[in-house]
Design a protein around this ligand. Structure first.
Ligand code: SF4
Length: 315
């Protein structure tokens, strides 16, 4: 459902409509690693990877997930008045472990009476049949969302960023979870070296053809200690301007199916480790940069998905 003020189908509204209350995601660190860092698939990881940049303090594998959940829930209850929660296994690759470990962690998260479900971030090449079967079983009674990183549908870009998997592997993973009651969120990044707006916008057409329930999009940004930061210093990586990102993000949203809920529209890293781009905007300013541009255009998510775009905002 397109929010009349936001002009997009926001994930927050989706959760409120589905569960009838304010729902927040609580990040936990399950103590996983990543096959693109430990050598089984690759070494060094994606060129932008620094997991410390997207994990809040307090989520550390040495802390039991119950304690991590309690801290996160208390924070969201106080700050947002949230009543129910989705536990988000975020850091590294959260299906990359024996099924017994996955079952233990996921079930412990779901055992809390205020937890409605889990979100599990992973890579297309780290989704074993046992993990899919476990998620399918859990999805019979709970909300289960698989957050699958694609980042780019261009295999040449995936190779350049040392992503370690192909578009074909992503498509295969999507087919393996199709029809099993598991929601699919796809992660995308815009602004890779050599990427064009036209090339990126084709990703909306791809998402529209797949059983994607929600989506996360953010600008490519470099944080300290990554190979991308080094490329920036050497002048090889030129970050997008804020205006260029907003324009293409809006073009993308206009082409995207309106039933795909938007979980994220920008990336943010702590100032202390942020290298580039540095747009000096708070999170809500980034969010409203997109919303206000859609308003200025008189458009909304999905208005061009069928090739039409009028100026009336849907109810
Ligand atoms: S898949 Fe994720 S955790 Fe693994 S190297 Fe890439 S960004 Fe890092």
């Amino acid at each position: 459902m397109i929010h009349p003020d936001l002009r997009i189908n926001s994930y927050g509204s989706y959760l409120r409509g589905r569960f009838g209350c304010r729902v927040s995601k609580v990040n936990v660190d399950g103590g996983f690693t990543c096959p693109n860092r430990d050598g089984s698939r690759g070494t060094g990881g994606c060129i932008y990877c620094d997991n410390s940049s997207f994990s809040p303090r307090g989520t550390q594998p040495v802390i039991p997930i119950e304690a991590q959940m309690a801290e996160g829930m208390a924070y969201h209850r106080k700050r947002l008045g949230s009543e129910k929660f989705i536990v988000y296994f975020q850091k590294f690759t959260n299906t990359y472990a024996p099924a017994a470990k996955l079952a233990d962690l996921y079930r412990r998260a779901l055992a809390h009476p205020d937890v409605l479900g889990i979100s599990v971030g992973t890579r297309p090449d780290a989704l074993g049949d046992d993990a899919v079967a476990l998620l399918e079983e859990l999805a019979q009674k709970h909300y289960v969302c698989l957050e699958l990183g694609l980042q780019s549908m261009d295999d040449a870009i995936l190779a350049r960023i040392n992503r370690g998997h192909s578009l074909t592997e992503y498509l295969d993973a999507v087919e393996r979870i199709r029809g099993r009651g598991i929601e699919l969120c796809t992660h995308l990044i815009y602004g890779f070296p050599g990427e064009t707006p036209e090339g990126f916008l084709k990703t909306a057409d791809l998402m529209n053809r797949l059983p994607v329930n929600s989506l996360k999009l953010h600008q490519l940004h470099a944080v300290a200690g990554t190979r991308l930061a080094e490329l920036y210093r050497r002048g090889v990586f030129t970050p997008l301007s804020h205006a260029a990102y907003i324009a293409t993000a809006c073009d993308f949203l206009e082409r995207l199916r309106p039933d795909i809920a938007i979980q994220r529209l920008y990336g943010s890293a702590p100032l202390a480790i942020r290298v580039a781009p540095n747009w000096d905007l708070k999170n809500n300013q980034m969010w409203y940069s997109v919303v206000n541009e859609l308003k200025r255009r008189g458009t909304w998510q999905g208005c061009r998905a069928s090739g039409e775009c009028s100026v009336a905002v849907p109810d």
